[in-house]
Design a binder for this molecule. Structure first.
Ligand code: MN3
Length: 232
């Protein structure tokens, strides 16, 4: 008798675990996440100062995150990857465009910088940069021009096109090249925030000096990994 009870309970336990495991395989809504900064606020000194990093991450990025969470809450957009929303951006509310873009763009921005950054792109990415722009120096000049000529607030981007080639573009405000509203669409693998909040404390009106400093902290291995992923 005892053995039979034990077998029944074991059976229920196994069934329960199976249900739990099956439940985990069902697509769970992707919760938006405010990830920790991958380094300390002062880690990118002297190129990007600690005070700017602290305000930029803790206030600006946090606000975009909070506001996009609010904007999608209780709608059919809740739980959808931002990339999917960007693909039909023109049909969605401005609050999702501005804050969803703000959250996604800054999440990429922190990761493509590193205290161990600088140097030049190597391997396949290095070859692709040379193929698209002539040389790394030509690439830097063209990217710098895109950053400098973006009037007002926005972003400069290095992107992968559908055919796997690289191109440079810029977007206004918190738009990005994944959005259907973008002039030129592609997969961003490097982004530079050229809003004044990103550089004004240290560089004031000298956006060009900020762009020059940026090259010292670019995390090329991260950019290369994103390039490889975009080619998949
Ligand atoms: Mn910013």
């Amino acid at each position: 008798m005892k053995k039979q009870f034990k077998a029944v309970w074991m059976g229920l336990l196994v069934a329960g675990l199976a249900v739990a495991a099956f439940g985990q395989e069902a697509p769970a809504p992707a919760a938006l996440e405010f990830e920790p900064l991958p380094y300390a606020f002062d880690a990118l000194e002297p190129y990007i100062d600690a005070r700017t990093m602290e305000i930029h991450y803790s206030r600006h990025h946090q606000a975009y995150f909070n506001n996009v969470v609010k904007a999608v809450a209780g709608t059919d957009m809740e739980g959808q990857p931002l990339e999917d929303l960007f693909a039909r951006m023109s049909q969605l509310p401005a609050a999702v465009r501005n804050n969803g873009g703000g959250h996604w763009n800054h999440t990429l921005f922190w990761k493509v910088m590193s205290p161990d950054g600088g140097g030049i792109p190597e391997g396949e990415l290095g070859a692709a940069v040379d193929a698209a722009f002539g040389s790394y120096d030509d690439f830097k000049a063209q990217f710098g021009a895109a950053a400098a000529t973006r009037f007002g607030s926005g972003w400069a981007w290095l992107c992968v096109a559908d055919d796997g080639s690289l191109f440079i573009t810029s977007t206004p405000n918190q738009d990005n090249p994944l959005m259907d509203v973008a002039e030129k669409r592609g997969t961003p693998i490097l982004g530079l925030d050229v809003w004044e909040h990103a550089y004004y404390l240290k560089y004031q009106n000298l956006r060009g000096s900020y762009v020059e400093a940026f090259w010292n902290v670019v995390n090329w291995p991260e950019v290369a990994a994103r390039f490889a992923a975009a080619l998949q």
